[in-house]
Ligand binder design. Structure first.
Ligand code: ADP
Ligand code: MG
Length: 494
């Protein structure tokens, strides 16, 4: 008879009231501690609680099905010997598995899994692993496969060298580089890279993997898109090779999981990933995740996973600034052996502002079009192509674009508009650019200020008021505004 609920007993301080099963298990733990590494003891044995002792059968509570299977597979001999030393040669061990299910209160609920006990084997009367005769059924475990043989699935072109640095990616890039220099050894674990489509998440994730393989060839690195992970999992369940699947992933030194938002509302995939995540993290293995939104905005994801995503560092990739877009285009041109004049490169960079994949796509289609039609690449061809290209994609007007139209209209160089000069005509053009940016984009006042010569939000606000006043009072000025508005609209709808 045991009236004590083991969950409410503080094992460290209330030894005096310890019941028999706890004492037996404590003694077992002493033996086990001497026979496994401290890390393994902490991971696998510390979370176990003794549940009860009935006759010579000790029941222990393990945190999950996975821990149970792991113990059975890796520690069965040690457990067998230890139990026998405490309970005699007929001593037996039973497991009670706590399911780590996320209830509304966030508390794990306890479920007894019937039939999962080792003493169901009558002969021999010692503990025996249940899954000893499980066969190798799937590609995850190939006989003789060494960790190092795993194909990392990395794309060597997605290297750090080819990843242009800018304000838009500085934190993510340097965190990625730190991780690559010391996988699993920084506080950036997991490293979560998030940002909109086409901003370089996949590229950066590969770059980290490529760099790790270069610095530490012995490390087992795997890049996997989240949807592929899920399909493998579904297959594994179908083929009865779930354990092989899990073990394969748990064997990695570095796991790069791309587009984790794909797991939203896929509860079983989240469960298995949770197990793998925990195992890797506990063993100081590096996890790199990418996601198309910040963790807080990830709907359909279990809280326990979300909270783990926040353990390390979340770094975002934002839309690249003009200079970075130019640098990316130039890098791409260099790699593809393309030569273009500055005005063409600038035109592309001004037209496509918030998706690097589209930026590169536009460049390639201009080059393709010119070689197909055997026409030289002129600014006219570029404009035609870009207009087509941009029309096919959601076209949101950008501050850069507005500045370009305003500068063209007043025949001012763009640098002047972005400079600190207080010349009257430049100030006016700058104010108009600020005004249109405010009315036509969703940008904040301070963001607009930053892009128009590093001004603060008050300056932008003042500019908007001035323009509004002048529209009311100054006929000539009013015609500027309508002309520019028309130009913006024409080019926008072209
Ligand atoms: P995401 O995964 O965020 O949708 P990708 O990583 O697939 O974006 O990037 C889209 C394209 O843009 C790729 O061809 C990639 O090489 C390129 N790219 C993204 N960021 C950069 C960068 N900073 N420097 C150079 N190329 C980049
Ligand atoms: Mg991607």
């Amino acid at each position: 008879m045991n009236l004590l609920n083991p969950d409410t007993v503080d094992m460290q301080t209330k030894t005096a009231v310890k019941s028999n099963h706890e004492k037996v298990w404590d003694n077992c733990l002493k033996i086990i501690r001497d026979n496994v590494t401290p890390q393994n003891f902490k991971t696998w044995f510390e979370p176990i609680k003794a549940a009860r002792l009935e006759g010579n059968v000790l029941t222990i509570e393990v945190p999950s099905q996975f821990v149970y299977e792991w113990l059975e597979e890796h520690y069965i001999t040690l457990l067998r010997k230890t139990i026998k030393s405490q309970l005699g040669k007929d001593g037996k061990l039973e497991y009670s598995i706590l399911m780590d299910t996320n209830t509304s209160a966030g508390q794990p609920i306890s479920v007894r899994i019937p039939g999962k006990n080792v003493n169901t084997l009558k002969n021999p009367p010692v503990l025996a692993p249940i899954n000893l005769n499980s066969t190798i059924k799937n590609p995850f475990i190939i006989p003789g496969l060494k960790k190092i043989d795993i194909d990392s699935q990395l794309n060597a072109n997605y290297s750090f060298d080819n990843f242009i640095e800018g304000d838009c990616n500085r934190l993510a890039r340097s965190a990625g580089f730190a991780v690559a220099s010391k996988p699993g050894g920084t506080s950036f674990n997991p490293l979560l890279i998030y940002g909109n489509v086409g901003l370089g998440k996949t590229h950066l994730a590969h770059a980290i993997g490529v760099e790790i393989k270069e610095k530490f060839p012995q490390q087992t690195v795997l890049y996997v898109p989240a949807d592929r992970f899920m399909n493998q999992f579904v297959e594994a369940v179908k083929n009865n090779s779930y354990n092989d699947f899990v073990h394969f992933y748990q064997m990695l030194d570095v796991l790069i999981l791309d587009d984790v938002q794909f797991f939203a509302n896929k509860e079983r995939t989240q469960d298995v990933f949770f197990q793998i995540f925990n195992h890797l993290h506990q063993n100081n293995k590096q996890i790199i995740l990418t996601c198309d939104k910040p963790p807080v905005d990830l709907a359909g994801m279990e809280q326990r996973l979300l909270s783990r995503f926040k353990w390390g560092l979340s770094a975002d990739l934002t839309a690249p600034e003009f200079e970075t877009r130019i640098a990316i285009l130039r890098k791409k041109m260099y790699m593809e052996g393309i030569e273009l004049t500055n005005d063409i490169v600038e035109y592309i960079a001004l037209s496509i502002t918030n998706n690097i994949r589209e930026l590169e796509g536009a460049l390639i289609s201009i080059v393709a079009q010119s070689s197909l039609n055997k026409k030289p690449i002129t600014i006219e061809l570029t404009k035609q192509m870009i207009d087509k290209f941009v029309k096919n994609t959601v076209h949101e007007i950008s501050i850069d674009y507005i500045q370009k139209v305003v500068c063209d209209y007043f025949e001012l160089p763009l640098e002047l508009l972005k400079s600190k000069t207080r010349k009257r005509e430049v100030v006016q053009a700058r104010q108009l650019a600020m005004f249109f940016s405010k009315t036509l984009t969703k940008s904040s006042l301070s963001h607009i200020g930053l892009h128009c010569g590093g001004k603060d939000h008050a300056t932008v606000l003042h500019a908007c008021r001035t323009v509004n006043n002048l529209i009311e009072t100054d006929k000539k000025f009013r015609s500027y505004v309508t002309d520019i508005q028309k130009r913006i609209n024409i080019q926008r709808e072209a």
